[in-house]
Design a binder for this molecule. Structure first.
Ligand code: NAP
Ligand code: G4F
Length: 347
């Protein structure tokens, strides 16, 4: 039986990955940080929670990581723990650097010391490409593994450090260390502060009369969005290979936040018409004539990543990876789920 250690097991990806590995017959160990109130996040209410060996610890603590590796004796380690909210990284740049960047070295060092033959997965991100769209050639068809990096946030910079250290441990010590450069992926388990879940949850609440309106920031930002379930499968496949390598995982489609909002409200049974521009732009429900979307500059970022588009050809060719859940299907699932949650909460 293979043994896997997942950091960030209570998060969106961690919970889906734990379920996948359990279904593949793995013994799964999950690192959970202690809080004043015991909280298993996305694992709450899942069957997986009863099957995972929980190890309490914070990834910024080297001793905790040595302890986690010693207890779990992992064949595979998936480092998914992070302060993953880009907007928050501008407000907490040092904590983000420590948790999202430096802490990866705690795990790599713990493995090098105690379990050097373990395979390691680093959760890298399209945020590392950030603002280099202007540097791309005419006919740009998506970032690939060798595209230049230009992080535009403390989060992106921290992830880039962890990304290079992962390559470094591979090249210096011959460790099986991979990075998955994953583009945005969402799901019914996505945190409510991320724009997709914020929109699908608001669309459900507006539809059911719980709130009147949602406030958003930059509607024109473009993202390459896929579903988390598809993306955790790619992580698993990366550690199945003979050789460690880095892979872009993306849908190869890009959509604006505006488009995401239109489709989400449509899935909840409302059509949006836009009026005005800039901070005065509003989204109106064409049936009721009510304003359901407003702009609040509080949600603008000090620096924005305008466009993300990834080309997953290498992963498709070498890993045999293919996404199964389309953009529209993902939105429909998320809205349906939020309508269910909101209606049961309001009963
Ligand atoms: P998420 O839902 O925010 O999960 C983050 C996880 O990290 C949570 O389990 C959180 O635990 C844990 N964590 C945070 N700080 C910690 C610490 N100091 N010690 C131990 N655990 C800690 O993120 P996600 O969307 O699943 O993403 C998984 C990983 O992929 C992250 O590294 C993220 O940066 C990266 N990534 C995500 C995307 C995406 O679009 N989702 C794309 C590219 C890369 P709590 O439950 O205690 O908060
Ligand atoms: O949903 P977001 O907060 O995700 P973001 O910043 O793209 O980061 C996510 O994807 C990364 C991969 O590229 C991950 F590494 C990272 O951990 C995280 O999962 O924002 C998406 C876009 C941004 O351009 C933002 O400015 O939506 C725009 N936006 C517009 N209004 C908003 C809002 N974002 C949020 N969170 N809230 C708004 O009201």
């Amino acid at each position: 039986m293979k043994r896997a250690l997942i950091t960030g097991v209570t998060g969106q990806d961690g919970s889906y990955l734990a379920e996948l590995l359990l279904s593949e017959g793995y013994e799964v160990y999950g690192l959970v940080r202690r809080k004043s109130k015991l909280d298993f996040g996305n694992l709450e209410g899942t069957e997986a929670l009863g099957k995972i060996h929980i190890i309490f610890g914070d990834i910024t603590d080297m001793a905790a990581m040595l302890n986690a590796v010693k207890i779990s004796q992992p064949d595979e380690v998936y480092n998914l723990a992070a302060q993953s909210f880009v907007a928050q990284s501008f407000r907490e740049p040092v904590a983000s650097a420590n948790i999202t960047g430096v802490a990866a070295v705690n795990i790599l060092e713990a493995l090098r010391t105690l379990k050097p033959d373990a395979k390691y997965y680093q959760a890298s991100t399209s945020e590392m490409f950030g603002g280099c769209i202007d540097e791309q050639p005419v006919g740009f068809d998506g970032y690939i593994e060798d595209s230049p990096f230009h992080p535009r946030s403390p989060y992106g910079a921290a992830k880039l450090y962890a990304h290079w250290m992962t390559k470094n441990y591979r090249e210096s010590y011959g460790m099986f260390a991979c990075s998955g450069i994953l583009f945005n992926h969402e799901s019914e388990r996505r945190g409510h502060e991320f724009v997709t879940r914020k929109i699908t949850s608001a669309a459900a609440k507006i539809k059911l009369g719980i709130i009147d309106c949602v406030e958003l920031g930059n509607l024109d930002a473009k993202r390459d969005w896929g579903h988390s379930k598809d993306y955790v499968r790619a992580m698993y496949l990366m550690l199945k290979q003979q050789k460690p390598d880095d892979y872009v995982i993306a849908s190869h489609e890009t959509h604006t936040v505006r488009e995401f909002a239109e489709l989400s409200f449509k899935a909840a049974g409302m059509n949006i018409a836009w009026q005005g521009s800039g901070t005065d732009e509003i989204g109106i429900d064409t049936d009721s004539g009510k304003t359901v979307i407003r702009i609040n500059p509080e949600f603008y970022r000090p620096a924005e990543v305008d466009l993300l588009l990834g080309d997953p050809s290498k992963a498709e060719k070498i890993l045999g990876w293919k996404r199964e859940i389309s953009f529209n299907q993902m939105i429909n699932n998320m809205v349906e789920n939020d309508l269910r949650i909101v209606s049961s909460e309001s009963r």
